[in-house]
Design a protein around this ligand. Structure first.
Ligand SMILES: Nc1ncnc2c1ncn2[C@@H]1O[C@H](COP(=O)(O)OP(=O)(O)O[C@H]2O[C@H](CO)[C@@H](O)[C@H](O)[C@H]2O)[C@@H](O)[C@H]1O
Length: 469
């Protein structure tokens, strides 16, 4: 089957969060199943585009806001990626040194239009168009309603919601930017008196997926205003759990980490990584090392967990390392903890892919006190690296982490995002660490849990196949 994934992010080209990991892995696994799965994404001004050369496969202009804007479809000249990737180059709008900013509406609208204009010219059309998140949320509408794309309206289109908190809202002032359609259909774009690309995708896509079954159920109760819509459209909605790219995330071969290890060498391997990490960040390696990696935003509990860490650090029985960036208040709260907890606590404010791998490898526990977690990949990476996840039981975290108090349990979970519950979860982690035999056997056990994409890549294929006439 010929599949086009359309996305704003894709690892290793441009990554802000988990969306990139999924779009950078799923096509590879679908190709492994004998399909032809490609990615279409913007051409940004970043390290990847600066260090590779590109060949133009198509050139045209789009009519946008009264101007003719040139665009190109590019491919890498050399075979440096694991799957076909097409880059939409709109120098005036997309070629920036960021993925997201305040000008997203125009940039991603132009991206979607250029993408469809190009698809319109293809001899061999895709059999499935798979859109990811609100940045591509108007594609299902344009395919169905814009006169220009009429010949494409039999191609099944699937939308995956990676995070329903972000919906891409914009005002009716920009309605004219959408390629011409019957204005009686404007209601399909609307949610609460603004144009809402995520709501539009939910209404117009042939199928809507989210990245875990529990998150799909939670969305019907609370989806940042879209819960009633999701309830209404529930017949076409399904949750498919994300997988991980086990070639990228493999402690045996990971070239980022200090020392490679397998399940047989996990004890000395993780210790070597922990020692290196603790040396770099001036942490006490004799204590359990508890880490956090992620965007410092409300959904990840970033307004609460700095206080929980502060409380846990007062007990002086663990070391803590935080990697993340986001909300200024959370960043300040985390930085402030440094002075009081020298030798036990450190934080790196920023984005650092290599460091994240080293933390998964060197930490004993990974904290994820999320308020909302559609799937969560960090806990899956942690399992693969023998690092015990400490999670709030929600969304994909609920679907993938079983508390040690339960039969077959291997992680630590808590119910609420409060200072006290996060603190208690950290205390339970410290206790577990000192039950050395159990701790060591859990570390080994979790490395055997298979969260590779094999099963879920197949689930998507089955879904696509159900849409073919
Ligand atoms: N400062 C930093 N430095 C280095 N690496 C960092 C980093 N901050 C985050 N990362 C990395 O970014 C990814 C985060 O992935 P998640 O899936 O946990 O969250 P995110 O909320 O971005 O994704 C959304 O989409 C994904 C994919 O569907 C869902 O799993 C998730 O629940 C949903 O919120 C991981 O690869 C992590 O290592």
């Amino acid at each position: 089957m010929k599949i086009f994934h359309i996305s704003a992010e894709c690892y290793p080209i441009a990554k802000v969060g988990g969306l990139a990991d999924v779009v950078g892995a799923l096509p590879k696994y679908q190709n492994g199943l004998g399909h032809s799965s490609s990615v279409i994404m913007p051409f940004y001004d970043n390290k990847f585009t600066q260090s590779n050369s590109f060949t133009t496969v198509y050139k045209d202009q789009i009519d946008f806001n009264g101007s003719q804007i040139s665009f190109k479809i590019l491919k890498t000249t050399d075979d440096v990626l694991d799957f076909n990737t097409f880059f939409v180059d709109i120098p005036e709008l997309l070629f920036k040194d960021y993925v997201y900013s305040t000008d997203d509406t125009d940039r991603f609208l132009a991206f979607q239009i250029a993408t469809l204009n190009w698809i319109l010219t293809l001899q061999a059309l895709p059999e499935i168009i798979h859109c990811h998140d609100h940045h591509t949320g108007l594609i299902p509408f344009m395919l169905q309603e814009s006169f220009r794309y009429k010949t494409l309206n039999t191609i099944p289109v699937v939308t995956t919601i990676h995070n329903a908190q972000y919906q891409g809202w914009f005002s009716y002032d920009k309605l004219h930017l959408i390629p011409e359609f019957d204005l009686n259909k404007t209601g399909l774009l609307d949610w609460d008196n603004s144009i809402n690309p995520l709501a539009t995708a939910i209404k117009c896509a042939w199928r809507v997926t989210t990245v875990s079954p529990s998150y799909m159920e939670e969305l019907k109760l609370e989806a940042n205003g879209l819960q009633d819509l999701l309830k209404h459209e529930s017949n076409k909605c399904v949750g498919i759990l994300n997988g991980i790219d086990t070639a990228v995330w493999n402690p045996e071969t990971d070239h980022y980490i200090e020392e490679n290890y397998s399940i047989n060498t996990v004890e000395i391997g993780k210790l070597a990584n922990k020692l290196a990490l603790c040396k770099t960040f001036d942490l006490d390696a004799t204590k359990p090392l508890i880490a956090f990696i992620g965007r410092l935003v409300y959904e990840k509990g970033a307004d609460v967990f700095p206080s929980a860490l502060e409380k846990a650090l007062e007990d002086k029985n663990c070391s803590v390392l935080v990697l993340g960036s986001g909300n200024a208040e959370a960043e300040a709260a985390l930085l402030q903890l440094k002075a009081k907890n020298k030798g036990y606590y450190n934080t790196f404010i920023g984005y650092d892919e290599k460091l994240s791998h080293n933390i998964y490898a060197g930490a004993d526990f990974l904290l994820m006190p999320s308020r909302v977690e559609p799937c969560g990949l960090n806990q899956l990476y942690a399992l693969r690296y023998g690092t015990i996840p400490v999670v709030r039981s929600i969304g994909g975290l609920k679907d993938t982490v079983v508390d040690i108090s339960k039969k077959g349990g291997f992680g630590i979970s808590h119910e609420q995002v409060t200072v006290e519950e996060i603190y208690q979860a950290i205390k339970r982690s410290v206790d577990l660490y000192h039950k050395t035999t159990i701790f060591k056997s859990l570390t080994k056990h979790i490395m055997t849990i298979d969260h590779s994409w094999h099963v879920s890549a197949n689930a998507y294929i089955n879904l696509y196949q159900s849409l073919k006439k």
